[in-house]
Design a binder for this molecule. Structure first.
Ligand SMILES: *Cc1c(COP(=O)(O)O)cnc(C)c1O
Length: 410
């Protein structure tokens, strides 16, 4: 077997912003015999996970589940709704928005990319300006990333919707929630989103390998006339058979066992409690970063991510050497800086199956790592986080996260 950890003892801290830590409860659910995906038992599982995912997306409309990483669900959103040569408006929030844009171009779409500085979310006023000028309704879709995982910045999707409506523009709104779904409040129907894209390995606490599209009636209608080539990703094959709980090809059965368990965990804790927990742990993380005297990449406090915090390294100090020190000495993985942020930032994932003490361990590893790597900083970050967590303990429900294993054993 390939050695998965260089440290002989204790748990590896996987504090990258996805894949996130998979709870034992989910691992045990996945560890079951693979059943006949055309048999009666599977139909019940299929129906249950599809219904559960609608609650997570907050939609009454359609959800499809692909055995694919998030990138597959990006492609599905585009090829089901658009035609070769269509014009699409996208916003440069960071690395992931840029990858989605490149995919759109490879598929033969014309993308206008609203420039960004990788420290802010999408500016609704900029959307209004572009769409107001588009009197001929050339743009068929606007695609945005809800939580830009490269930067730790959240875009106000509802505000983007209002910006589109303010100019009465018919463009479809497509949103990537791969790193926000199950961690940050999200409302597919209420916010008038046409296609929401998501993935399994971040807020949903599963291993990589599943991805999702939530589809509005308007998007489904667009798919009737869209002519981009599609086969594997075609919504219609899925939607024809999904109501009975089945899939047009072999589904990722064991990951669906895990998804069923993940949905139970999220509903047991309560979605609002899950979102509040993420916000509180994110605020404590930022308290530590500020105490260290380091900069947070996100420039607008209203857009701080509940999922991850990207920390800017002081001039002359590389993030990758620092991360290597932390991995070597404390068996913790931190997220690397992506593309133009390479070696400039490290990212702290604080999402999914995560609680106060996991956060304190994470921050302790970082603070010790800063000292060992000779990165200039002030001490006291962990203390600042602890103070905030103790001060706000009354506002969080008792033992809501991380209690599941105890509950199960009892
Ligand atoms: C992780 C991520 C992706 C890529 O998903 P894969 O599962 O790696 O294909 C896309 N967008 C965002 C916002 C992400 O966080």
């Amino acid at each position: 077997m390939i050695p998965l950890q260089s440290h002989p003892s204790g748990r590896h801290f996987l504090q990258i912003p996805g894949p996130s830590n998979v709870p034992d409860r989910i691992l045990r659910a996945i560890d079951n015999v693979t059943i006949d995906h055309r048999g009666p038992e599977f139909g019940e599982l299929g129906k249950a996970v599809l219904a559960g995912m609608k609650k997570i997306f907050k939609t009454e409309s359609h959800v499809v589940i692909y055995p694919a990483s998030g990138t597959g669900a990006w492609e599905a959103a585009l090829v089901n709704t658009l035609s070769p040569g269509d014009h699409v408006l996208m916003a440069e929030t960071g690395h992931f928005a840029t990858l989605w844009k490149r995919m759109a171009e490879r598929l033969g779409l014309h993308v206008q990319f609203m420039e960004g500085d990788w420290r802010h979310g999408v500016d609704p006023a900029a959307v209004t300006a572009v769409l107001r000028a588009d009197t001929g309704h050339r743009f068929k879709a606007l695609c945005v990333v809800h939580n830009e995982t490269a930067t730790g910045v959240v875009t106000d999707v509802h505000a983007v919707r209002k910006a589109i409506d303010a100019c009465g523009h018919p463009a479809l709104l497509m949103v990537d929630t791969i790193s926000s779904l199950g961690s940050v409040d999200y409302r597919h129907d209420e916010w008038g989103v046409d296609v929401t894209v998501s993935g399994s390995q971040k807020g949903l606490m599963l291993p990589p390998g599943l991805s999702f599209n939530a589809i509005s009636a308007k998007a489904l209608q667009a798919s009737e006339t869209a002519t981009l080539r599609r086969a594997y990703w075609d919504w219609h094959d899925m939607l024809a058979i999904n109501p009975r709980g089945y899939f047009p090809y072999t589904p990722a059965t064991n990951l669906l066992y895990g998804l069923h368990e993940a949905l139970e965990m999220l509903f047991e804790e309560g979605l609002d409690n899950v979102f509040a927990r993420h916000k509180r742990l994110a605020a404590a993380t930022r308290a530590a970063v500020q105490a260290w005297g380091l900069d947070i990449l996100c420039s607008d406090p209203a857009q701080y991510s509940p999922v991850l915090t990207a920390v800017v390294m002081p001039q002359g100090h590389g993030a990758d050497a620092f991360r290597a020190t932390v991995l070597q000495h404390f068996n913790m993985s931190l997220g690397q800086g992506l593309s133009k942020l390479s070696d400039r930032v490290f990212r702290i994932g604080h999402l999914g199956y995560f609680n106060e003490l996991s956060l304190c361990g994470t921050l302790a590893g970082i603070e010790m790592g800063l000292s060992l790597a000779g990165v200039p900083h002030r001490q006291g970050g962990v203390q600042a986080a602890m103070t905030m967590l103790a001060d706000t303990a009354h506002s969080s429900q008792e033992g809501q996260s991380g209690s599941d294993d105890v509950k199960r054993r009892a």
